[in-house]
Ligand binder design. Structure first.
Ligand SMILES: *[C@@H]1O[C@H](CO)[C@@H](O)[C@H](O)[C@H]1NC(C)=O
Ligand SMILES: *[C@@H]1O[C@H](CO)[C@@H](O)[C@H](O)[C@H]1NC(C)=O
Ligand SMILES: *[C@@H]1O[C@H](CO)[C@@H](O)[C@H](O)[C@H]1NC(C)=O
Ligand SMILES: *[C@@H]1O[C@H](CO)[C@@H](O)[C@H](O)[C@H]1NC(C)=O
Length: 551
């Protein structure tokens, strides 16, 4: 008997789907329990964590992740809030209230990035008892306030809809507004990216800021608050701008799933999962790992492979991550939700390379649900998406525990154990696979210009070689608004990631003469560099790097 290729592929697809089904049903309760175990005060692995604070992982050495990160915690709680508001788990309200109260206290905790009004909201992580972490770190990280606002807004919207607008207006709005004000004031400033390595502009950060500002404006309007400053029309998604890498990075996949709006169709401006740009990026991202990990050897060029943060990654040896591999499947499941709902798939010249993987010779056009191309694509992309889950399933140890990474050659778990974000990424991917999505956040009414003007600015990187004592930091201020008009109080904090070099990248007006100085702050005492003022003239376009030594 001869079996057709399509028949054999169909059987393989069926077998993969069966094993993914069984992984989803066994891993779902483990991921949920693993996530809850990492939340204080009563999570079984979160000993010592304050109520509502999420520990990133119980791992205390190599690496020590026993801290609470604003980004990770907000993504984790967004998952829990969605489960609560959808009615999937109505027992979570107390925990969500704890999260709200713990985060509002963290906002007020002075830390090395500043106080609540001088940049402290950009602080990436805190100790698990809610006190400031004062060691050196890649700070600030400006995605945290945006993600926290998004999580809290989704809860606030539910409370509003359920007759509790008093609590939203009087308790929640002031907290959310602090985060939104921070985003509105700082979206255009350099930031450490979500992997805490590159200080530049980061696509993920900008995309989640865009979402938070949009949602914030909608909530503000519903509460009768003014919010005209919450949407900045220049805030268009931009690529990672630093780091000297290929700039292929899971941050684009994460941006797409965390700004998914099922009511926004395949809009490319808001980088929806099924948009041509997001699909084209996804293919480039996935393909960049085909030759990087030996686990991916011998896999067909159009089949799923394990993926990591970015192909050049060397952290812990540079390995596949559970959460990035789940994110790929989630973007695809999100796309399938929209295509099925709208009853068609649009292929453009931009997304052609992506669709070619599943239907060679396909041409640009719109394929309606009655066409055989539509059914072929839906089936093949479902199998492709399941393939990523199946790989994570294959490298999940028998107890279901999800660490941060798994070894690129052996597939054994590597780095932090029980990573809360890994568990949350499993739950959201599984939920998307079953066709569920978070409620719309209003992306389809977002007004974003097709091109971005930087307002005639150029990025200037200031590097200052300065030896400091513990607790002492270096700041920058100068003669233009972007340098805080000579104000020592609001001077910009530099990063000590390349100590003794301190650095920061600031967008300054192009073709402009600028004067500046560095200052030291220690125990509330400000020390200025000696005279004269330093000066530079910004170029008309491009970037500039200034190297100075403390004097
Ligand atoms: C409103 O929600 C908050 C937060 O869960 C709760 O503490 C409060 O009791 C609620 N108020 C009413 C009137 O339901
Ligand atoms: C920093 O400056 C000091 C004093 O000029 C110099 O000895 C040292 O090599 C410099 N370090 C770097 C990293 O440039
Ligand atoms: C500062 O140093 C960097 C390399 O460390 C170099 O690319 C840049 O040209 C230097 N800037 C100036 C103004 O000399
Ligand atoms: C510090 O900056 C200088 C340029 O001023 C550069 O040559 C040197 O490599 C930098 N050192 C570190 C540790 O980044």
């Amino acid at each position: 008997m001869r079996l057709s290729v399509a028949y054999v592929l169909g059987l393989i697809g069926f077998a993969v789907s069966q094993s993914v089904d069984s992984y989803v049903s066994s891993e779902s309760p483990i991921a949920k329990a693993g996530l809850l175990a990492n939340i204080g005060p009563s999570g079984s692995k979160a000993n010592g964590a304050k109520a509502g604070l999420v520990i990133a992982s119980p791992s205390t050495s190599n690496p020590n992740y026993l801290y609470t990160w604003t980004r990770d915690s907000s993504l984790v709680f967004k998952t829990l809030i969605d489960q609560f508001t959808s009615g999937a788990d109505t027992s979570l309200r107390g925990l969500i209230d704890d999260f709200f109260s713990a985060e509002s206290q963290l906002q007020q905790t002075s830390n090395p990035s500043g106080t609540v009004s001088t940049g402290g909201l950009g602080e990436p992580k805190f100790n698990i008892d809610g006190t400031a972490f004062t060691g050196p770190w890649g700070r600030p990280q400006r995605d945290g306030p945006a993600l926290r606002a998004t999580a809290l807004i989704s809860y606030a919207n539910w409370l509003q809809a359920n007759g509790n607008s008093t609590f939203v207006s009087s308790e929640m709005w002031p907290i959310i507004k602090l985060d939104l004000d921070y985003v509105a004031a700082n979206w255009n400033q350099a930031t450490f990216d979500l992997w805490e390595e590159i200080q530049s502009s980061s696509f993920f950060t900008t995309a989640v800021q865009h979402r938070a500002l949009r949602e914030g404006a909608t909530l503000a309007a519903a509460l009768g608050q003014t919010a005209s400053s919450y949407w900045n029309s220049n805030n268009y998604i931009t690529a990672n701008t630093g780091g000297g890498r290929s700039r292929i990075d899971a941050n684009t996949v994460l941006a797409s799933i965390h700004t998914f709006d099922p009511a926004a169709g395949c809009d490319a401006v808001t980088f929806q999962p099924c948009s041509d740009k997001a699909l084209a990026s996804l293919k480039v991202y996935v393909d960049s790992f085909r030759s990087v990990y030996s686990l991916n050897g011998g896999v067909a060029v159009n089949a799923a492979v394990t993926t990591g943060r970015y192909p050049e990654d060397v952290y812990m040896g540079g390995n596949p991550w559970y959460l990035t591999t789940f994110a790929v499947s989630e973007q695809l499941y999100d796309a399938l939700i929209v295509w099925k709902k709208q009853g068609s798939i649009e292929v453009t010249s931009t997304s052609l390379p992506f669709f070619n993987q599943f239907s060679s010779g396909i041409t640009a056009g719109t394929y309606s649900s009655s066409s055989s191309t539509f059914s072929t694509l839906i089936g093949a992309i479902q199998t492709f998406a399941d393939g990523f889950v199946a790989l994570n399933a294959k490298y999940t140890p028998s107890n279901g525990g999800l660490a941060e990474q798994y070894d690129k050659s052996s597939g054994s778990p590597v780095s932090a154990v029980d990573l809360t974000w890994s568990y949350a990424s499993a739950l959201t991917a599984f939920s998307a696979r079953s066709g569920d999505s978070s409620p719309s956040w209003g992306a389809s009414t977002a007004k974003v210009p097709a091109t971005c003007s930087n307002g005639g600015t150029v990025a200037v990187t200031f590097t200052e070689n300065a030896t400091t004592q513990l607790g002492e930091n270096i700041y920058l201020t100068g003669s233009v608004a972007a340098l805080q008009n000579w104000s020592p109080d609001t001077a910009l904090l530099l990063s000590s990631a390349d100590y003794p070099n301190w650095s920061i990248t600031v967008n300054l007006p192009a073709s402009t003469a600028v004067q500046y100085k560095f200052i030291r702050k220690f125990n509330g005492q400000v020390t200025w560099e000696s005279d004269p003022n330093r000066q530079l003239t910004t170029p008309a376009t491009g970037t500039l790097t200034e190297n100075d030594t403390w004097r």
